[in-house]
Design a protein around this ligand. Structure first.
Ligand SMILES: [Mg+2]
Length: 355
């Protein structure tokens, strides 16, 4: 996707939540030779060997295996990476039996992480959501939001040393993460409600010190923000265009699908002709961070998500096992249709099936 950094680029990432330094690198998955696309179906031999014979034969036949014996999955996995929207919760409603599933996994010695493409909250903000839903055991270092990924990318690329600032299209999550790493920013919530009054000879002034535009989900996006981002990217030499994610739709409520950050990033792509650097799923950034920081073996990790083109592809591109849950945006009909080329190792009605 948009990441083009060399795998040799490495920096010490200051983990603001934990207050510890941690190595952070981009592109390691590409270097490891385990990337795959939905169409090629290439899969590392070591990983295939760790899948059950039944699961492999199902996948080889272009079929998906519904998990009916939880031990089939639990025996193969040390680490579960859960997408949040559509897996743990829908909007502000916790999905049934999630606390029992997480308690069971922790009691069995499994590591759990929560990865979300939603950039509207920082890790601190997400911790508050987990606690408010009764998931008291959640630790800040278990949470990987795309707002955090955007800040981590700036750390990786030593953006702060450039002396430049960031223009934000997005909400408070990105603002808080940039504050935590001490990168100056403008825009975001402070540009909500701004209007452009066009008259002869009018030009919108913009800051030539903006060295990156970060585009995340923004319920207050407006023409002022789009024009400001366009000016920074098109007129400031070297200005980066970073997207937290490119999700087409998202779950703002549990009543319908809502236009996702693909809409905001698409607006900026449309007026600049530039492809963004993607930091959320399905880019390898977050999984590389986990593998490196926690010393986890990829083949013993299972990505659990509700979306084929981000969650399951994210798992497959990074050499992980994958499990689709039908509790979110993907129907069983879509999963099993001949048109779908992205096949998870397993699927479940909801993660309650792990019990
Ligand atoms: Mg989801």
């Amino acid at each position: 996707m948009g990441l083009s950094l060399s795998s040799s680029l490495r920096i010490g990432l200051l983990s603001a939540a934990a207050g510890t330094a941690a190595g952070f690198s981009f592109g390691a998955a590409a270097a490891s030779g385990v990337r795959r696309t939905a169409s090629t179906g290439l899969r590392p031999a070591s990983l295939a060997a760790q899948s059950s014979a039944a699961a492999v034969s199902f996948k080889d036949a272009g079929l998906c295996k519904k998990l009916d014996v939880p031990a089939d999955l639990l025996e193969k996995v040390d680490v579960f990476i859960f997408d949040c929207d559509g897996v743990i919760w829908k909007g502000d409603s916790l999905i049934d039996k999630v606390p029992a599933v997480l308690a069971m996994l922790r009691a069995a010695g499994k590591k759990v992480f929560f990865v979300t493409n939603n950039s509207t909250k920082s890790r601190k903000g997400y911790l508050g959501k987990f606690k408010s839903l009764g998931l008291e055991e959640t630790q800040p270092e278990e949470i990987f939001s795309s707002s955090f990924a955007a800040a981590a990318y700036l750390e990786q690329t030593k953006f702060k040393e450039s002396g430049k600032k960031v223009y934000i299209i997005g909400e408070v999550g990105i603002e808080e993460e940039l504050d935590m790493i001490g990168v100056p920013w403008i825009g975001g919530g402070s540009d909500a409600g701004k209007k452009i009054a066009l008259k002869s000879g009018y030009a919108l002034p913009h800051d030539s010190d903006v060295g990156a535009v970060i585009v995340g989900f923004d319920r207050e996006i407006n023409y002022h923000k789009i024009q400001y981002a366009q000016l920074c990217i098109n007129e400031n030499p070297g200005c980066e265009f970073i997207a937290t994610n490119l999700d087409a739709v998202t779950h703002l409520t549990d009543a319908q699908e809502w236009a996702g950050n693909g809409a905001m990033a698409g607006a900026i792509k449309g007026c600049t002709g530039r492809e963004p650097t993607l930091v959320g799923k399905p880019s390898p950034l977050m999984i590389d961070y986990m593998v490196e920081k926690f010393g986890i073996e990829r083949g013993r990790i299972c990505m659990v998500g509700d979306r084929l083109d981000t969650d399951i592809l994210f798992g497959q591109n990074n050499g992980l096992l994958s499990c689709l849950t039908l509790s979110g945006v993907t129907t069983e009909e879509k999963l099993l249709s001949p048109e779908n080329e992205i096949k998870p190792d397993f699927y479940v009605d909801s993660i309650a099936d792990f019990l």
